[in-house]
Design a protein around this ligand. Structure first.
Ligand code: PMP
Length: 396
């Protein structure tokens, strides 16, 4: 059999070709210009409701300046692993400041958030250990578990009875790590950490929280989900990325010094990959400073997200259990989701369709997300567009 036969047979690729032919293919669209909340695509200006730039810092003068200065001082790349020639003073400074910010003993930065989960989880879960994950955890968590020598067991999304069932089914002598997203990247709901912590304590499991969408969004000055619930000392490992609120690229973990030291010496995606670039590291450092200096950004982000959430709900859209600046619109039917996306696009709103195989077949949705730099006028304009498009496609 020819290895490439499966490419011709893949149904979702055939559907992608149909969408391309019909001019309604929603992926890989190049942005010609972006100023954060508005972008130019195909020569047309659109309100951006699909970015993870929660604090709007990709265009903050201090963050841009820091990246430029780092290139001038260190050049464009570290051209090596952190283990070898790839560690800069900037990386150490970022790790120290992050640990301080998150009230943990130590932190370690990776080149992407994806690599952070991949390396950390596969290093921690050895033979006989069990990773216990929420069914809506991010793909990088699942891939980290798959790469490990241990086992993965999954519980129903945010379902504490099911988590307890899974924990109770694990042998006492297995090392156990519960891994959840703090804010779930598609549903925009929050993990119930107080209950999760109680169950972890009852069954002797360690807890890791992926705060990719929570840092800069939840908690005091954006310290994340554990801080939001007053549980910083109960979460063993806080993971985050620099590709969202930090307006950069990279990822990190924070925890006890002993654990961080272990991961630093065992995580293969950390050891066998070049380190964060000077510009990315300096941008993340500057963003961390802005987070602490300008907390009003977080207040405005919530004001904008709450206005949109209420608006979408009162128009009759199904937004599930969202309670954060990530607001999904569940349409469930794949083609209707694409038609709605195209209608919004033509009327001046950009958002992200999420389709199978990325989600289960009946879960197709449009993912919208908000920024501290959105104006109330942009939100009102977007709501008008959602109403028009929703009625035309027959969703509301
Ligand atoms: N965790 C979660 C919850 C995410 O949403 C993402 C990215 N969307 C990642 C990890 C990976 O981060 P990065 O994009 O920085 O690789």
């Amino acid at each position: 059999m020819d290895l490439f036969d499966k490419i011709k047979k893949a149904e979702y690729l055939q559907e992608a070709r149909i969408a391309i032919d019909q001019g309604i293919y929603p992926f890989f669209l190049p942005l010609e210009e972006t100023e954060g909340t508005e972008v130019i695509i195909n020569g047309r200006r659109l309100i951006m409701l699909g970015s993870n730039n929660y604090l709007g810092l990709t265009t903050h003068p201090k963050v841009k300046e820091a990246a430029i200065k780092a290139i001038k001082e260190y050049g464009t790349s570290c051209t090596g692993s952190r283990f070898m020639n790839g560690t800069l003073k900037l990386h150490k400074e970022l790790e120290e400041k992050l640990a301080e910010f998150l009230h943990k003993e130590a932190a370690l930065v990776f080149s992407t958030g994806y690599q952070t989960n991949l390396g950390t989880i596969s290093a921690l879960i050895g033979k006989g250990d069990i990773a216990i994950t929420d069914k809506e955890d991010h793909a990088s968590i699942i891939d980290g578990c798959r790469l490990s020598q241990g086992e993965m067991r999954r519980f129903k999304h945010n379902d504490m009875e099911d988590l307890e069932k899974v924990l109770a089914s694990c042998p006492d002598n297995a090392g156990k790590l519960v891994i959840v997203d703090g804010v779930f990247s598609m549903a925009g709901d929050i993990a119930p950490l107080p209950e999760i912590v109680k169950l972890c304590e009852k069954y002797g499991a360690r807890l890791m929280v992926d705060d990719a969408h929570s840092i800069g969004v939840l908690g005091d000055h954006g310290r994340g989900t554990a801080n939001h619930f007053g549980l910083e000392d109960k979460v063993d490992i806080i993971m985050g990325t620099f590709s969202k609120s930090f307006a950069s690229l990279g990822g990190f973990i924070a925890g006890d010094e002993e654990v961080i030291f272990y991961i630093q010496h065992t995580a293969r995606s950390f050891i066998f990959s070049a380190s964060m670039s000077p510009a990315n590291t300096a941008a993340a450092l500057a963003a961390l400073e802005v987070m602490q200096e300008e907390p009003e950004r977080i207040d405005h982000l919530w004001k904008i997200a709450n206005r949109m959430r209420e608006g979408l709900k009162s128009l009759g859209f199904d937004i599930g259990n969202s309670c954060t600046p990530i607001i999904p619109i569940y349409i469930r039917d794949r083609w209707k989701t694409i038609y709605m996306w195209k209608e919004l696009f033509d009327l001046g709103v950009y958002c992200n369709p999420v389709l199978p195989p990325g989600v289960p077949p009946n879960q197709s949705l449009l993912r919208t997300s908000y920024m501290a730099t959105h104006t109330e006028e942009q939100i009102d304009r977007a709501l008008e567009i959602f109403e028009k498009a929703g009625k035309k496609v027959g969703i509301i």
